[in-house]
Design a protein around this ligand. Sequence first.
Ligand SMILES: [Cu+2]
Length: 497
Amino acid sequence: MSRWRVPGAVLALALLSMAHVGSPDTFFGGRAGPYDVRVSVRLPGVIPGRAQVAVRVAGVTRPQDYRVTVRAGQWNVGLKGAPPPEPAPPVPGDPELFAAELWFMTASSYQMAVAVDGPSGAGSVVIPVVALATEERAMAPWLGAVLGALGLFLTAGLLTIIGSAVRESVLPPGAEPDAARRRRARLSVAGMALFAAFVLWGGSRWWSAEASSYSRFILYRPFSAAATIAPQGDRRVLTLSIRDERWPNPPIAASRYNALLPDHGKLMHLFMVREPGLDALAHLHPVSRNAQAHDFDADVPPLPPGRYRVYGDIVHESGYTQTMVSSVEIADAGAASTPPTDTDDSWFSGKGSPEAAVAAFDLGDGSRLEWQRGDAEIVAGVERDLRFSVRDAGGAVVAVEPYMGMAAHVVVASRDGSVFAHLHPSGSISMAAMQKFTDGGAGDPHAGHVMPIDSAVAIPYAFPKSGAYRVFVQVRRAGHVQTAAFDVDVRPRAASS
Ligand SMILES: [Cu+2]
């Protein structure tokens, strides 16, 4: 019977649809008081599970002078209800790096506090982390066979014991059981066999129910949504329709799927990427038709015809973020007569710059957007800073205007469609969720900023798997959004690790 009690967890089956599509880990770059920190949270794949938290504090040479702690509380409980801070001891061999393991018990949105105490004083930062289960662990066939054989052996043993006990346990040694005893023993064995079968059946039902509730409620599955393009008067409108039982109207406030929170002032950030070449991109901000937030409309920009992957990013008030996935066909190039739905909408089509230590994308106005990749190859799963800057003809870094509050927006898409991520200088986190956790959601701090800012950014990120990617970088200058595209081939991680 032990077969039914063993949480079989050997083989990990990665699923196709994941958060931010294939890139569920959290990366943050910013400040904790006086310290420059880079934080990464690698999820365990299954929930409950232990996440690997790495905190890099810039400029540390004597890690023994620092105390770094992390703690995480669920969005609806907060840090007051969180377990005590977990120390993150220094990692030997890298003085800037501190690491800890954190348990995530529920698939939900968390706020994670990172505190650094060192020679310059104490500082902390609260980072939104969405703990997602992205894997179902299947039992290895050999383990199933062994457990099945053990279960069979135990059941047979149980029946033998019952039979012998009824037949001859009260007989003196050497005495032969009579026919009546033998019959009673057979009946008892038959009864016990029925009971054992019932228990095994019940166990199997329980096992399946657990597995199905895991995949229904715990395993990450974004809202189901469908994209369509249809004319509305003289407009050509893309609609992303959310139809999901977890998205009732009105949304349930206590659920992690509660009302939508504007991120950079928009309820949805929608990206269209042309297949298979990733040679066209649109970054749109569809507007909900009504308060139900079921159907979001945006004017289709003048993009080349073809099949497009559609990704819709939303953030709930719980800090839970989702990327809905769909696809849509653009039949013809269309006229660019209608103005975009939103002045922050932007689109691009063209080739990507090839890989280089310094890859430069010509912005067409005498300036270029550079990716300072360095000579090291980009390896799957290895965190690095993605460094971008806009430079003039002379090579000097020029200022940009904030594009939705940020110096740059970066879109990472893998050619096979299995990875899609939206990054900005703070990393992969939702700024709206971060703001909400930091001050209770007093609004978007970036809204309305138009002061020029430095275009040199360093964005912490790890490409989740090897393969061909295209990286789009968007900046805003003189009121216009400019998009640069880069190609990158992410190498597999060495087999030893
Ligand atoms: Cu956007």
